[in-house]
Design a protein around this ligand. Sequence first.
Ligand SMILES: [Fe+2]
Length: 264
Amino acid sequence: MKMFIEKITGMDIYYDNTTKDLVFNEKPLKKSIRTIEEMKNVISNKDWYNQVNPKRKMYYMFRDISKPKDKTTTEETNLRYDITVIPPDLMGDEYVKTQGHAHPFIPGTKTTYSEIYQVLNGHALFILETKDGKDTKTSYIYAKEGDIIIVPPNHSHVTINPTDDILIIANWVERNFTSDYKPILKNNGLSYYLLKKDGDRVFIKNPHTKCHSELTEMKPINPELLGLKKDESIYNLIKAPEHLEFLTRPNDFKDFFKKVTENK
Ligand SMILES: [Fe+2]
């Protein structure tokens, strides 16, 4: 089955659910596969993990996608557009999710890089988490096709597919940094897991986290904040790359991030 995502990306691109390939201009893109083995630490139900094939494929990452005419701009501005495909699955009673990570500090600062996401197909539940003194603040955002989410600086994040549909998401991010998986692996995930209980979605606290953490709901951002129309592709931001500078120089965009974090 081919899933065409041309409208929301502005590119000749589709996901082939038979081969698990993302095909761009008729060619399959280079794919990174996340297996359950790599996610062992962050799964709620370790008994379930012990019964499954550790090589089970959980989700697929396709990095550094650009139209040929935009390639130089993405390189010169240190930006990268990626697509991730998360097919529906359950890890025991927990909804399938990304492994989760933090971003590194910008050299010479205590600020980490930010990131922007857009849902291209299906529905996603994003969990964002940040330290607040000794406490932790956790937020979740439910997002449908077209919706845009911003991961502000100094936030770790996980993306969950809480549905029976194939979730496809895109992101722009600073192209050279390496995500930091260690804190999340050490803490067995973020502060909350999303489980399926009697057909309902239920958050449970991660029993391994010592810190107190509130869980609050936030909303996707208003696309106008980025100069985009409703359901317009975030890929288009590369046409005026200064609109993506909040990713590489977040310290110069404090008012912008204030609006993003107050979006409840
Ligand atoms: Fe990230």
